[in-house]
Write a protein that binds this ligand. Structure first.
Ligand SMILES: [Zn+2]
Length: 215
């Protein structure tokens, strides 16, 4: 089974939910760069302070900051145990850097799954998304509602909507995604590693297609 995997797709394509399921079923280590960065923002670290404004505006964190941040992460990451990388790379220079870092450790990317998705589907999904302010668990008012309104089922933390879940921000992020991230699909296709999954499929169908790509 392939164990070093990249998930590509616009924010709101359902990547996060699927990553959680792949992690559970296959024991893959889910690494979300967005989650890692938000943790730094909460800590108020130097990198956190420098990326906060970009996260809030829904803009991509500048390449240089992202490369430094993820370059540090990968130094201590157990790459031989595998990972499911979500949110990085987002630009061609990040993709090339990642390939170099992994080549140096003789642990190349083995598969890339793209959740292909149009803007309308994302708007429907993302504007209903709420997450726990304590543990980060994600709910959705339509598809994954919490048992008690406004409360996390795991830790009873209050559910909040992220500042970057507003519609204009979502539209902007989608534009950025199309412009900068879609060329990555081509890059990985040329390496023979890409599988495209239609994000409009049901969660079970998406999971089955994704799982098949790892075998
Ligand atoms: Zn919680």
């Amino acid at each position: 089974m392939k164990r070093r995997i990249i998930l590509l797709g616009p924010p709101g394509s359902g990547k996060g939910t699927l990553a959680a399921r792949l992690q559970q079923e296959f024991g893959l280590n889910h690494v979300s760069s967005g989650h890692l960065l938000r943790r730094e923002v909460e800590r108020g670290s130097v990198i956190g302070q420098s990326v906060k404004v970009f996260l809030e505006k829904g803009e991509l964190v500048p390449d240089r900051s992202m490369l430094r941040f993820m370059g540090e992460w990968i130094k201590s990451a157990p790459v031989n145990e595998g990972f499911l990388l979500d949110g990085f790379p987002r630009t061609m220079s990040q993709a090339r850097a990642l390939d170099e870092w992994l080549a140096a450790r003789n642990a190349p990317i083995e598969a890339v799954i793209l959740y292909d998705c149009d803007l309308k589907l994302i708007l429907d999904r993302i504007t209903g998304r709420w997450s726990c302010s304590k543990c980060g668990r994600v709910y959705h008012i339509y598809s994954v509602p919490p048992k008690a309104a406004g409360l996390c089922e795991d830790c009873l933390g209050a559910l909040t909507q992220r500042a970057d879940d507003r519609e204009t921000v979502v539209r902007k992020r989608f534009e950025i995604y199309k412009r900068q991230t879609k060329p990555l699909a081509k890059y990985y296709e040329q390496q023979g590693k890409l599988t495209v999954v239609d994000a409009a499929l049901s969660p079970d169908e998406r999971f089955a297609k994704s799982a098949a790509a790892l075998n």
